[in-house]
Design a protein around this ligand. Structure first.
Ligand SMILES: [Zn+2]
Length: 298
């Protein structure tokens, strides 16, 4: 179909950098296997805080040019992961970063949080009907940690999957397509606890002034809820770290740890975890899939 590879994976994220932190190893692994990996990012991340002092002028309360800069960071990150298809929902700048929950920016007309879900979903329906992914990856209903753009990305992705399959919906956007499996980004609680224990044990060796806490990690759930685990080769984990580094205004990486603009160290997870939200599991009940395409017909 459309000359695309047999296996196709679509990821929907809120800001540039979310894809590398959550799914970098998964994306690099599947891209290397010849899967068509496509990323749709919903905003340019204009409201992010800036880490390097030399780039502080880009921030929203100064030059307000961070969005354009982050388009470049995302392109560099995708080059590290070997992912060639990355797009912005409705085109670059269609939706703006809404800032943290409760911020006045939430209610700007162009903010993604202000978007009408069905209108935003239509842009994604067009992508789904073009690429016909068997697998969709996005956030849980809380967006992992309650950020308005992450919650909205979840709503838009789930709604688009529904609409893309509806035969009567907007045939001008392409032939109907039903996504086979939908996953939400997750981290098992035991992995978070183990990661922070490792971090505390090496404190002092870390260049960051403080430690984050397990509550700072998005999408943490009880281990039993994890249905898929991607244990990618070292090369793909290295690609993930390089992709995270490419988002230099947002992330500082040091060995097995990284920090966001709050300067608090947290573990860089080498394995990535998912919860199957829709579709048939490709592994027996009680065991984890090791391939997001398990059980999917190409
Ligand atoms: Zn984000």
């Amino acid at each position: 179909m459309n000359g695309l590879p047999a296996r196709r994976l679509l990821l929907v994220h809120a800001h540039p950098d979310d894809e590398s932190i959550n799914n970098g190893a998964t994306m690099a692994k599947y891209a290397a296997e010849g899967v068509h990996v496509a990323l749709v990012t919903c905003t340019l991340g204009e409201e992010g805080e800036v880490i390097p002092p030399g780039l502080a002028h880009l921030a929203a309360d100064r030059d307000d040019t961070l969005g354009v800069h982050r388009v470049g960071e995302l392109a560099d990150a995708m080059a590290e992961l070997g992912v060639r298809d990355h797009r912005f929902l409705g085109g670059p700048g269609r939706y703006r970063d809404s800032g943290m929950m409760g911020a006045p920016q939430n209610h700007r007309p162009e903010a993604f949080w202000s978007a009408e879900v069905d209108e935003a979903a239509a842009y994604l329906v067009e992508v789904m009907r073009e690429l016909r992914p068997q697998v969709l990856v996005t956030y849980d209903p809380d967006g992992g940690y309650g950020h308005p753009d992450h919650i909205q990305a979840h709503r838009v992705a789930m709604r688009a999957a529904e609409l893309a399959a509806e035969t009567a919906y907007r045939r001008d956007l392409g032939e109907p397509h039903a996504v086979g499996k939908i996953y939400w980004n997750r981290v098992p609680r035991s992995v978070v606890e183990e990661g922070f224990a490792r971090l505390r044990a090496t404190e002092g060796a870390s260049p960051f002034p403080g430690l984050a806490s397990p509550e700072d990690v998005p999408g943490v759930v009880a281990d039993e809820r994890i249905t898929a685990e991607i244990d990618a080769d070292e090369a793909f984990v290295a690609a993930k770290a390089a992709a995270m580094r490419a988002h230099a205004t947002q992330i500082a990486v040091d060995g097995p740890f990284f920090a966001l603009s709050n300067d608090l160290a947290q573990p860089l997870f080498t394995r990535e975890y998912y919860e199957l939200a829709e579709g048939r599991p490709g592994a027996p009940a009680g065991s984890r899939e090791h391939d997001l395409f398990a059980g999917v017909e190409a």
